[in-house]
Design a protein around this ligand. Structure first.
Ligand SMILES: [Zn+2]
Length: 101
């Protein structure tokens, strides 16, 4: 089983991935499908080095539990309308399902 599992997409179609080795949950950049890192004046795309939203430089840790991961997901443009809440809960279910596997 690969260490990286795609678990969901947010409201913009950006991919949320889980690194099974570290338990880190990350959002991939829309430009390159890469993670973000610190650089320039904030957060840049690891691949093309363009500035990206700070959320791409953040992550959630599975071992901090459901509520912690849920609040992080909500910062990843899952939004706060009704569909977004459903999407967030689906993403959480998917995350914890693959993390046990
Ligand atoms: Zn990029």
């Amino acid at each position: 089983m690969s260490a990286i599992t795609e678990v969901a997409t947010n409201g913009y179609g950006e991919r949320i991935i889980l690194n099974n080795n570290s338990g880190m949950v990350l959002l991939l950049t829309p430009c390159c499908d890469a993670t973000g890192k610190g650089g320039g004046t904030g957060i840049i795309c690891r691949k093309c080095h363009e500035d990206v939203d700070p959320v791409f430089g953040s992550c959630a840790m599975l071992n901090k539990g459901l509520d912690s991961v849920r609040s992080w997901l909500l910062t990843c443009a899952f939004g706060d309308d009704e569909d977004s809440v459903a999407r967030t809960e689906e993403a959480l279910t998917a995350l914890f399902a693959v993390s046990v596997g």
